[in-house]
Design a protein around this ligand. Structure first.
Ligand code: ADP
Ligand code: ZN
Length: 722
């Protein structure tokens, strides 16, 4: 190439053309350094015919590229995925391609970096900042910048500690190869049912072709065990494997389980990696040396050299939907990646999404079923607790039946889990004297009290305040009351009921890293915890054989607000958490506290008749033309100035084209009318399945002048309606 079209990593710019200097080898996918004004930008060379540019420049006026990274070019299937994602989710290609790079350090040539760690020697002069730094750094090792961030001090303080001999330099070989998993390490003996399922998946891997498959098995049926056989087949074939998990908290138990089967851990990819780990992983992925990668959704866009299998575990989880930047759904993009890479994609779930079931019904996805639990384990018995007829005592949240069951488990030395999908102590705090409610200054949301940290926190923007003694409105002292329960309050109630019980609260506030999750698992397995009180973080992935009781504190919670997937989500979440009970030899029991025990979703949970529930939900969706039978796209207009947001939203609505098979609703103030200090208005586009709604929206928005003060974001196939 003497001329290159480059996607520079700046979403505000379209593709730009450059001259390739003599002697520089640039091909599509090459990662290059390009000049832009006085700056240098990273970019990726692209096939010019696939990425039209409206700024065609003559050869003689082109500026030369400054360099090309010494790493393999992004492979063609990944380039096709970038184009598809940008197109489908109406996002700038530059924003998508940025997700492929993942580690800027990986593009540099050097093979060692200098990290620092404590020597144990105290510096001659000990300032409070130095003390804080050494305390927080502890056993950690990292770059100056990373240690400074951990210690919450400036880089200069860290450098001072190096000079003073309290920290020492360590040369780290960042690109040492990862150990290779061995498919023959510990081959399990599968049940007949499992073996049949595994055989189908293995055949898919051997075929080297696109084959999306739903692995639909009840909790504890051995889905992981079964798809591990497909992983083994891909390893034997010399291919790479990507396993996507919905939460990084699940990574740690997965790593152990994988190591038990394959003799070493897979390569992990998540936001908690240090930059050197990130670099090492990225380089091993692009070279093909990293054989199995397990990660959160960001692992989906990495440049695998020869992908042979993609697994999306807990594929129904809505956390696969990214809600900022490029609004993509990792499950759906994973299937597209399988198409471009020509490899099978396994979606594993005990409660598949209606969208996925519909693909099976249409014959586009294959289906493999595991209807029973593995071994002696039985599905738990599930009962509803009517909160109107048998309510908890005044001021309490756990009904007498459930209290008795907890007592029974404590006596039997078995473990229990109480599930409530609400972090903190109470979702609302108000003043008993004047009625003042604590609201976030940046969002349309109540401040949530967290007693563990003695703060009020906004769960939308992260704003925090200390809990005041006096009401800020009427100045009355000690008049604040907590309204409603969060997990911390339930834990308090349990402690009051059973002072001798050992209680653990499990939420993203207490389990924020894979290491914390590992610690929790260790304590559960050692029997150091009697009762777990947790949010959705404990509903999946874990396998605790001695856990025999699950109580759902408020099964109605997910039905509030009532968006299109409320009932489905409630069903999935409660089925999933029920699945934690009785996974070993002892049978499990589940109690679901609800105000409407006769509601269809509660009945389906109690009887276990998933098909009846799904069929009714699917019919309701079909009638409403809702996904998967029709499609939605949400347009959110936001601005720091309310008038501006309103004006632009109205202009967008006015510009809406009249298209057969498409309706536009709104604008209306969003339920979260203010978020992070920005006023928000929503429009909802509802379209026939067959309509190219992206194309319509692209043309529509191109005709609307959006001032710099406002922003229009498009969410195709939205999951959040807030
Ligand atoms: P799921 O992912 O469907 O919930 P898992 O794969 O976690 O189920 O299996 C549940 C438990 O049963 C795990 O502890 C797993 O190790 C065990 N198990 C499942 N199948 C087998 C098998 N064939 N041999 C030995 N243990 C198995
Ligand atoms: Zn807020």
């Amino acid at each position: 190439m003497t001329r290159a079209r480059v996607l520079v990593l700046n979403s505000a710019l379209g593709p730009l053309d450059y001259r390739v200097p003599h002697g520089m080898a640039v091909e599509p996918g090459s990662i290059v350094v390009a000049p832009l004004g006085p700056r240098q930008l990273l970019g990726v060379a692209w096939e010019a015919e696939r990425m039209p540019s409206d700024a065609e420049v003559g050869d003689n006026r082109l500026r030369p590229l400054l360099g090309v990274a010494d790493v393999p070019p992004l492979p063609a299937p990944l380039r096709r995925l970038v184009e598809w994602t940008a197109d489908y989710y109406l996002s700038p290609p530059a924003a998508v391609v940025r997700m492929c790079l993942g580690s800027m350090q990986a593009l540099e040539g050097a093979r060692t970096v200098t990290e620092y760690r404590a020597t144990g020697a105290a510096p001659p002069r000990l300032t409070p900042q130095r003390t804080q730094a050494l305390e927080r750094i502890g056993e950690r090792q990292g770059l100056i910048r990373e240690l400074a961030a951990v210690a919450d001090v400036s880089d200069a303080v860290i450098r001072g500690l190096v000079k003073a001999g309290a920290l020492e330099a360590v040369a780290v070989d960042i690109d040492s190869p990862f150990p290779e998993p061995d498919p023959e390490h510990a081959v399990p003996v599968l049940s007949a049912e499992q073996a049949a399922a595994a055989e189908t998946l293995v055949a898919g891997v051997a075929a080297h072709s696109f084959a999306p498959t739903l692995l639909d098995g009840v909790t504890g049926s051995g889905k992981t065990e079964v798809y591990f056989e497909a992983v083994a087949a891909a390893l034997r074939a010399g291919r790479q494997v990507l396993v996507l998990l919905p939460e990084i908290a699940l990574t740690e138990p997965f790593l152990h389980r994988f190591a038990d089967r394959f003799g070493c851990e897979p390569v992990a990819w998540h936001s908690g990696l240090r930059s050197t780990q990130r670099r090492r992983a990225w380089r091993a992925i692009v070279s093909g040396q990293a054989r199995v990668v397990v990660g959160a959704r960001s692992a989906l866009f990495l440049p695998y050299a020869r992908l042979g299998l993609i697994v999306v575990d807990e594929a129904h989880e809505t956390s696969f939907k990214q809600e900022d930047g490029v609004h993509y759904h990792a499950r759906d993009v994973a299937v597209m990646r399988g198409l471009f890479e020509e490899c099978p994609v396994v979606l594993a779930s005990a409660t598949p999404a209606i969208e996925t079931r519909q693909q099976v019904a249409l014959g586009r996805y294959a289906e493999v079923k595991l209807p029973g639990r593995y071994g002696a384990a039985q599905m738990p018995a599930i009962a509803a607790v009517d909160l109107i007829r048998t309510p908890p005592e005044r001021g309490r949240w756990i009904a007498p039946v459930l209290v008795e069951k907890l007592r029974d488990r404590l006596e039997k030395r078995e473990q229990s889990l109480l599930f409530l999908n609400r972090r903190g102590y109470a979702p609302l705090t108000l003043c008993r004297h004047c009625g003042h409610r604590f609201q976030c200054p940046n969002c349309t949301a109540w401040m949530v009290e967290h007693r563990l940290t003695r703060r009020l926190a906004c769960h939308h923007c992260g704003h925090i305040e200390p809990v005041p003694r006096a009401c800020p409105e009427c100045k009355e002292e000690d008049a604040l009351v907590a309204c409603g329960p969060g997990v911390e309050r339930i834990a308090d109630e349990v402690a009051a009921l059973f002072p001798e019980a050992r209680v653990a609260v499990v939420t993203s506030d207490t389990i924020w890293s894979p290491a914390r999750a590992a610690e929790f698992v260790g304590r559960m397995e050692a029997g150091d915890i009697d009762i777990v009180v947790g949010t959705q973080l404990v509903t999946k992935g874990y396998h605790f054989p001695n856990l025999t009781l699950v109580g759902v504190v408020d099964a109605d919670l997910g039905l509030e607000g009532g968006d299109l997937r409320a009932a489905e989500r409630t069903f999935q979440q409660i089925r999933q958490v029920s699945g934690r009970a009785g996974r070993g030899e002892k049978p499990g029991e589940v109690f679901i506290q609800t105000h409407s025990p006769t509601a269809q979703v509660m009945q389906a949970l109690v009887t276990g008749d998933a098909d009846a529930f799904y069929d009714a939900e699917t019919e309701a969706r079909r009638e409403a033309g809702a996904p998967p039978f029709g499609r939605y796209a949400a347009l959110v207009v936001s601005s720091e100035e309310q008038a501006c947001a309103h004006e632009v939203a109205t202009a967008v609505a006015r510009a809406a084209p009249q298209v057969e098979g498409m309706a536009v609703y709104g604008p209306a103030p969003a339920p979260l009318a203010m978020l992070r200090g920005r006023y928000r208005y929503r429009l909802l586009v509802h379209a026939r399945r067959a309509l190219d709604v992206q194309d319509v929206i692209r043309g529509w928005l191109a005709g609307v002048q959006v001032p710099a003060k406002a922003r229009v974001t498009v969410d195709v196939d939205p999951y959040s309606f807030l």
